[in-house]
Design a protein around this ligand. Structure first.
Ligand SMILES: Nc1nc2c(ncn2[C@@H]2O[C@H](COP(=O)(O)OP(=O)(O)O)[C@@H](O)[C@H]2O)c(=O)[nH]1
Ligand SMILES: [Mg+2]
Length: 246
């Protein structure tokens, strides 16, 4: 099965070449789509060079400026829906997501519609170098979101996900209004409301060695408040699901 990985990038020039060589050393049929937002550090140009070196196995989508994760993924998905990939992956460029886990994800996708790379299942973990406050904030943010939304999953904020292309095509993206990181939570919540089967595989989330995270305290607080909006937006689907089970 062919797997296409959508990699949003903003200032990832040190990370992208390392990620690309790690990915292409795996025993998988991979294609990459880099969605670059005109990174000031030249990641877009670098991605073009990598594409030439890897004979068209890498496509690059250039956007004029930093437009956020939500539209990066939506533009990326749209571009590859007509390709012959059986699976589509969401993955960060900063080497926090171990490429080796993809082989495990492919196996699990045989019995699931989506597979999450999960930090909060047995054998999953986050970088031991993280300060206690950051570990706490990440674990609590997750607990908070999954409790309010009633999601039977352990890592609802993870950005490492493998989808069956057929499943992703059925997601009504026009319903998703949040952007940034809460987009990831909303997307998996909608998937759950539509009763797709979601699996989880343990991952070790390494901190980025190069470049800067675009995550801030302000973004996390905003995300926490927006969870309630997500809950409200899908009340019709929850009701429909309950009715169908009566
Ligand atoms: N194209 C694009 N990529 C972005 C944007 N914001 C973040 N990214 C990428 O999304 C991924 C996750 O971002 P990161 O800053 O590492 O978030 P963190 O892992 O939560 O700290 C990385 O590959 C970033 O380069 C954006 O506005 N546009
Ligand atoms: Mg990161």
């Amino acid at each position: 099965m062919r797997v296409t990985i959508v990699i949003p990038t903003y200032n990832e020039a040190e990370n992208l070449p390392r990620l690309v060589s790690a990915l292409f050393s795996l025993p998988l049929d991979l294609r990459l789509l880099v969605v670059d937002d005109n990174s000031p550090d030249g990641t877009g140009k670098l991605a073009e060079e990598l594409s030439r070196r890897h004979h068209g196995k890498i496509e690059v989508l250039h956007r004029p400026g930093k437009m956020g994760l939500r539209s990066a993924y939506l533009n990326g998905f749209q571009k590859i829906f007509d390709s012959d990939s059986g699976a589509i992956v969401q993955m960060d460029a900063d080497l926090s997501h171990d490429p080796a886990v993809l082989t495990e994800m492919v196996k699990l996708l045989e019995t699931n519609d989506v597979v999450l790379g999960s930090r909060y299942v047995p054998d999953g973990s986050v970088d031991e170098k993280w300060p206690v406050w950051r570990k706490w904030l990440s674990a609590f943010g997750n607990f908070y979101a999954r409790t309010i939304l009633g999601l039977p999953l352990h890592d609802v904020t993870t950005g490492y996900r493998m989808w069956r292309t057929e499943t992703l095509k059925q997601i009504p993206f026009e319903r998703i209004h949040s952007s940034g990181y809460i987009f990831l939570v909303e997307m998996i919540y909608l998937t759950h409301c539509l009763e797709f089967k979601i699996g989880e595989v343990p991952i070790y989330f390494a901190d980025r060695k190069f470049g800067k995270s675009k995550m801030s305290f302000k973004i996390q607080i905003e995300a926490a408040l927006r969870i309630w909006q997500v809950l409200w937006n899908y009340r019709d689907l929850r009701r429909a699901g309950k009715l169908a089970r009566i």
